[in-house]
Design a protein around this ligand. Structure first.
Ligand code: NAD
Length: 291
């Protein structure tokens, strides 16, 4: 989509941090903004700031609430016209521990970081398809999604966001309609995600669980060395304009990507008669996905 001027952009988690960075970039490019966020005060501040540059409407929304998401979509389209770009960006950081797992923390992280993305896709994609496109879905994952790690719930959610995005990107019907996908995999970005994560952890979180988020290394990567959210917003704007799929904000995932791909390739068995039969079936039936 070469031109976003006059198009409506719906951004979840749009009141602060990376979502606000996206909003600023799209505003300067002449787009109209629909910002949705669970934090009503931050939404008011964002509207106050952005109204000077762009038509801006705000929608208090918990992305985990499917019905409310559909209502926000109706309201946004009634006020600003059809949503052409959807940025599923709202997300929370948090963890219990893989050796001390917590169903409440799992539901909180997966419900927001993965469920929120699914809700956005399930609400807006049918509308983009019914209009015959074009459209663009931007899903915010993380470099944490290319490797399992200490924040195992967060990594699981973000890995699933990458896989969901790859599925959209590979779909021939969406490609035909000009409905594109971008998956944003930020490294450290200078936002308040750590403090928000600590404050938002579900009740009953033990001190031991809390300190797993309040980690000095992570604070350094995010709060001291992190990119400015506006720079990430510019990367997203460019990805939408130039139909780019993967967007990384730095090279911090390089070693993990290489090690993972090498380890997986090394784990493949020796080629056998079974592989030759599978390859022959694929040639006959066309590309298919394995269970
Ligand atoms: N900051 C980083 O270093 C970093 C790195 C990788 C990925 N990310 C991802 O970027 C996205 C944005 O994070 P950020 O760093 O800007 O954090 P942030 O905490 O500054 O912003 C997140 C925004 O999402 C909103 N939000 C949280 N839960 C919500 C819900 N249930 N419904 C609606 N809105 C909700 C918050 O109110 C906030 O405005 C997240 O998906 C995060 O996982 C951030």
């Amino acid at each position: 989509m070469t031109d976003v001027a006059g198009k409506t952009i719906f951004i979840t988690g749009g009141a602060q941090g990376i979502g606000l960075g996206m909003a600023r970039a799209f505003a300067l490019a002449g787009a109209d903004l629909a910002l949705a966020d669970i934090d009503a005060d931050a939404l008011d501040a964002a509207r106050h700031e952005l109204s000077a540059t762009a038509r801006t409407e705000t929608f208090p929304l918990d992305v985990r609430d499917r019905d409310a998401f559909a209502q926000a979509a109706d309201d946004a389209e009634a006020r600003l016209g059809p949503v052409t770009v959807l940025c599923n960006n709202a997300g929370v950081l948090g963890t219990a521990s893989v050796t001390d797992p917590s169903p409440a923390v799992w539901d909180h992280i997966l419900g927001t970081d993965l469920g929120g993305v699914f809700n956005g896709v399930s609400v807006f994609l049918p509308r983009m398809i019914a209009r015959g496109g074009p459209g663009h879905v931007v899903n915010t994952a993380s470099t944490a999604g290319v490797r399992g790690g200490r924040l195992f719930e967060y990594s699981a959610a973000k890995a699933a966001v990458i896989a969901l995005s790859e599925s959209l990107h590979a779909d021939p019907d969406l490609a035909r309609l000009g409905v594109r996908t971008t998956v944003l995999c930020p490294g450290g970005v200078r936002t308040r995600i750590i403090d928000h994560g600590i404050a938002g952890m579900p009740g009953g979180t033990s001190e031991r669980q809390r300190t797993r988020i309040d980690d000095e290394r992570m604070r350094t990567v995010v709060e001291q060395c992190g990119l400015a959210p506006e720079d990430v917003g510019e990367l997203v704007l460019t990805a939408v304009r130039e139909d780019r799929f993967y967007v990384f904000t730095d090279r911090s995932a390089q070693a993990d990507l290489q090690e993972r791909a090498s380890a997986m390739l090394a784990a493949l068995p020796e080629e056998s008669e079974h592989d030759r039969r599978l390859a022959e079936a694929r040639r006959r039936l066309g590309p298919a996905q394995d269970a």
